[in-house]
Each structure stands twice: as structure tokens, then as C-alpha cells.
Ligand binder design. Structure first.
Ligand SMILES: [Zn+2]
Length: 209
């Protein structure tokens, strides 16, 4: 089957001298991109931004960044995989993992919002930072979701500053089940109207590396 092309991301500003920091210790984006994204056995594209879920029907605006050293729990869970070519779904028993990577602010900014109530959001514990493009001066946001802990309480943050730890939190039991087999940081980059930029393009364009 053909995966539809990504059309819903906003174009990134082109004239920026901004330099950003890695959001997690995973630094494989340029050298080994297959290790950068969370993946499942049946869907190696699981964590990529774009049309990657539900056989391309669900637009995923984030990068789901994999932990550098996920720990096997020794337990398993059952997930429902889709065989998109055959248009069928089937259950599969998969090993589960935990994660504990540090999460860092990618750029100087201020805390726009943070949620410490797991049951309040499908994004679980999450942080939204507000930033300003250095020359355009209009704002943009970065979002860090499914955290296990939040280590800021408001105010300003510096690029590279630790703000929390990677986790597997969500109000959705189904999302938690998927995160147990493919732990990750759900990382979004949003324009001033909360329209999504392609987070992979943002990282590839502006990272210090
Ligand atoms: Zn995600």
C-alpha cells in the first residue's frame, strides 16, 4: 500500500540562525536514524512523524524518540498489530520495557504549561515550552509528553537544561500498552497558532551536532 504524503506540517522559517539542543541523550538521528525512533516489531516506522499509525490513517505530529537503553521488564503484554496489506488485525504477545532518559529543553524559553496529573491528558505528564525565533521574534512551542517526572515548576528555562525524565504516562490504557513495548519521548514543535512543524525537519535543520 502507498502511505499518503505528509501535507499537514507547517513550513519551518528558513532564515533563522537558531541552534538547538538534543531533547534526549539519543543522538543517533543523523548516523543511525532507525535507532532514533521508537519502533515496534511490526511497524519500524512507529515513532516517525507523519502518517505512520493505523495504516497511515492517523497523522502523527510528533517524533517518538526512543530511549538509549530501554530495560526489559521480563514481562509481556498483548498488542493488536495491523497488517495493512491484508487489511487485517491480529494480536501479538510482546516483551515490555521501561525507560528513564533525561529530557532537556531544546532551546531557551519559558514554561507555557505543564501537567502533573496523569489522568488529565492522553499526553500524560507533559511540558510545553514557549520560545521565540531569534530574528523573527514570533513565538513557537515545544512539547514533551508521556514523562515520568517533571523537574521544572514554571518560569524560564535554558536550552540544554534538564526538565524531566522519559516515562510512559497517559490517561489512555491503550497508549500505555503501546508505550510499554515501545517507550519514547513524544516530542512536538508547534508554531504560534499551535500548527505542527515537522519535528524531524526541525531537529535536522537546527541541532548543534
Ligand atoms: Zn507520539
Amino acid at each position: 500500500m502507498t502511505v499518503p504524503s505528509i501535507t499537514a506540517f507547517e513550513p519551518l522559517p528558513k532564515d533563522e540562525a537558531i541552534r538547538i539542543f538534543w531533547p534526549t541523550p539519543n543522538r543517533s538521528l543523523f548516523d543511525a536514524p532507525e535507532k532514533y525512533y521508537a519502533r515496534t516489531r511490526a511497524n519500524p516506522n512507529y515513532g516517525r512523524p507523519g502518517w505512520t499509525r493505523d495504516c497511515g490513517r492517523r497523522f502523527h505530529r510528533a517524533c517518538d524518540i526512543a530511549p538509549v537503553a530501554p530495560k526489559q521488564t521480563g514481562r509481556t503484554t498483548t498488542v493488536i498489530f495491523s497488517d495493512c496489506a491484508k487489511n487485517i488485525e491480529y494480536p501479538s504477545v510482546e516483551p515490555t520495557f521501561t525507560c528513564d532518559d533525561e529530557i532537556s529543553a531544546v532551546y531557551d524559553g519559558v514554561v507555557s504549561e505543564f501537567n502533573t496529573d496523569v489522568s488529565a491528558s492522553p499526553l500524560g505528564l507533559h511540558i510545553i515550552l514557549e520560545h521565540r525565533w531569534p530574528t523573527l521574534r514570533n513565538i513557537f512551542f515545544t512539547l514533551y509528553a508521556h514523562l515520568s517526572s517533571i523537574e521544572i515548576s514554571g518560569g524560564s528555562v535554558r536550552g540544554g537544561q534538564r526538565i524531566g525524565r522519559m516515562g510512559q504516562t497517559s490517561r489512555s490504557a491503550d497508549a500505555k500498552n503501546w508505550m510499554s513495548i515501545a517507550p519514547h519521548l513524544h516530542f512536538e514543535v508547534l508554531d504560534e497558532n499551535h500548527g505542527p512543524f515537522d519535528p524531524e525537519v526541525f531537529l535536522r535543520t537546527f541541532l548543534l551536532h
